[in-house]
Design a protein around this ligand. Sequence first.
Ligand code: ZN
Length: 585
Amino acid sequence: MTIDKPTRWSLDILFPSPDGPEFKKALGGLDRKVAKAEKSRRLLSPRISAAAFLKLIRQLEEIRSLARRLAAYAELHFCEDTQNPAAQTKLANTEQHMAEIENRLLFFSTWWKALPAAPARRLLALSGPYRYYLEQIRRMAPHTLSEPEEKVINLKNATGARALSTLYQAITNRYVFDLEIDGVRKQFSRAELTVYTRSPHAAMREASYRSLYSVYSREGPILGQIYSALIRDWRTENVRLRKFASPVAVRNLANDLPDKVVHLLLEVCRSNAPVFQKYFELKARKLGLSKLRRYDIYAPIASSEKQYSFGRAWDLVRRSFEAFDPAFASLAERVLADQRLDAEVRPGKRDGAFCMSVLPSLTPWVLTNFQGRAYDLATLAHELGHAVHALLAEDLPLFTYDASLPLAETASTFAEMLLVESLLKEETDGAVRRDLLFRQVDDAYATIMRQAFFALFEVEAHDAIGRGASVEDLCATYWENLQAQFGGSVELTEEFRWEWAAIPHFYEMPFYVYAYAFGQLLVLALFRQYQAEGAAFLPRFTRILSAGGSASPAAILKRAGIRIERAEFWQGGFDLLAQRISQLE
Ligand SMILES: [Zn+2]
């Protein structure tokens, strides 16, 4: 297949047009199916027959399929042109409609969660491919309170913890940051400011960080109070009332990862801090500095302005997949052949990139904004990796089709590594090679070590706040965390004591960040196995991907011979990184 310019997707297979009769008709059909399912409510009792139970689950699956088709169409149509008022309205209406449907169907999960163990076991044993989905719903059962208590928590959360978290967003989204560009003082949003932390000019990098933290250190005492209140609320609700063993155990249960695996992951990261410390020392030498400042962590080593046409980019990505596994490449080609790739840049189109897998029977939709830079190639490989992951899971029922959070980035990150590998093989331009290699390690730092130390800070901060720590104590805890992470390899300045106050995940989704380290390190460790074993690795990798979200991450990986409860496995990821870093010398 030859392609000369970025392609556009087609949504025809979902619905022929946004305002044709088909969409409306499907919405009507959905409502009728929901009404029918609601009638099955009376069948729900501990003595329900397996046949009736399975029939209801299939009914719910059909509803979910139709709902996803409608919601996906509204969303994808909106992404094509976010400035189109009709598309905005359609999306808002569809989202509201879907939320109402979710509410009407809540009766099933409420009943299933509360069902006593004996009948639940009987039904689970007969539930076939739906088993893990049903187990997931019941996972929270031991930590569920009585119905009136749950109601009170729900009601009070809207004006309590959720309101505080919204307040944090509202306050910090209003911040503007001063920065002088070519002698002119300008104001920037945080996203705009962050671009300058990667500037090739040392003074710009420093100025952008100083600007960021002059605001966060000034506002820190207030933001710290919001943080303390949220973390006390998290502890009171989850540890005291719901009887979780620790604050982090709540997130572990949501990710279906054993507490000891998460603990091990973080400890292996902590003990490998010297891997990146060596990297920062190397980076200082390459930049001609005696010591790297914290401001220089993301400084580019070589800047290559190399441009790729879309056809060339597609070909490079496809060939990198093919060299790994021809089946991988032909699945990626389905995205293009089925007209699911929207890569062109257009006014009003949603920015960034994503892959949306709608239903197991449909090739996923991929959106990117291709501008011909090396970065756009990596993005294309990443999103196509997601698509291949979904296509390999196409035989699963919808309820277990989506990979769970810890495994969601496996194929995408792996695909990026394949691309870099194959680019390095072909590339003769030294600047481009250096740029590729250093950027890869910079990214590994940002997703593995930085996030792991974030999570280590959260563990300590939750404990400290439980013992009544002040905001100033949190700054001291964070400072120690930075010292342990950088170990003298990087010159730290005082303003970084406030970095924790500027991380939205800490407020909105405690302990979420370790999933980034988990995913990226998992892929590095897998990649190392691939390098060692070659073709023998393929069936195991395919097995992981085709399991989608049909079992816990530990179970899926164990079937592929990977033991995440062993330190050696995680160490393998760091060994690969250390090897890469030594090649940069
Ligand atoms: Zn991704």
